[in-house]
Design a protein around this ligand. Sequence first.
Ligand code: PCA
Length: 212
Amino acid sequence: MRTVLVTGFEPFGGESINPSLEAVKKLSDSPWQQVRLVSCTVPVVRYQSAQVVIEAIEHHQPDVVIMLGQAAGRHAITPERIAINLDDFRIADNAGNQPVDQAIDAAGPAAYFSTLPVKAITKTLRDAGIPCQISHSAGTYVCNHLFYSVQRYLEQRTIRSGFVHIPLLTQQAVLGQQPSMSLETIVHGLKLAILASLEHPNDIALAGGTIC
Ligand code: PCA
């Protein structure tokens, strides 16, 4: 049986919930066939975020790692394609760190690609009627920091890993000024994303880029 590690972040930036953690709880409570689903809760703290996930990888020895985070302002579930070697925090993290224009790892490359099948995930979700779009920037805050750090850590390993941002939950957007998605739809989409990641060791060819 293959093991999938899903990770969710604690709330940050004045929010009382984080949809990524709510989704991880629901995914963990769901029945899974032929998948051993394990999870961990990640602090929104610069270096500690990666330490916690790397410890979980060492502990669980997963085949696939899917890290999740909240992306306010997004309308769709967005598999991230690329992690960049840059910390530039617009707000302080939950421990008060606010690096500006610092490398995550001075000895590391400029960027890493996701090793999840982002196009197969996108097609699978769209076919199921769930808004999904590949993203080419995971930002420069703690999600990108975690994504880059884990890709770097797993560089020489066969474990596939990547990051998926999800929209705000409907109850976080009651003022009607931000896009949102129901937890039910997010969880359904993430279940499909997990299965697609296992089914597609190699990604499919599908036009999915953007034009500026
Ligand atoms: N989103 C933030 C950090 C934690 C989270 O859920 C981000 O996109 O960097």
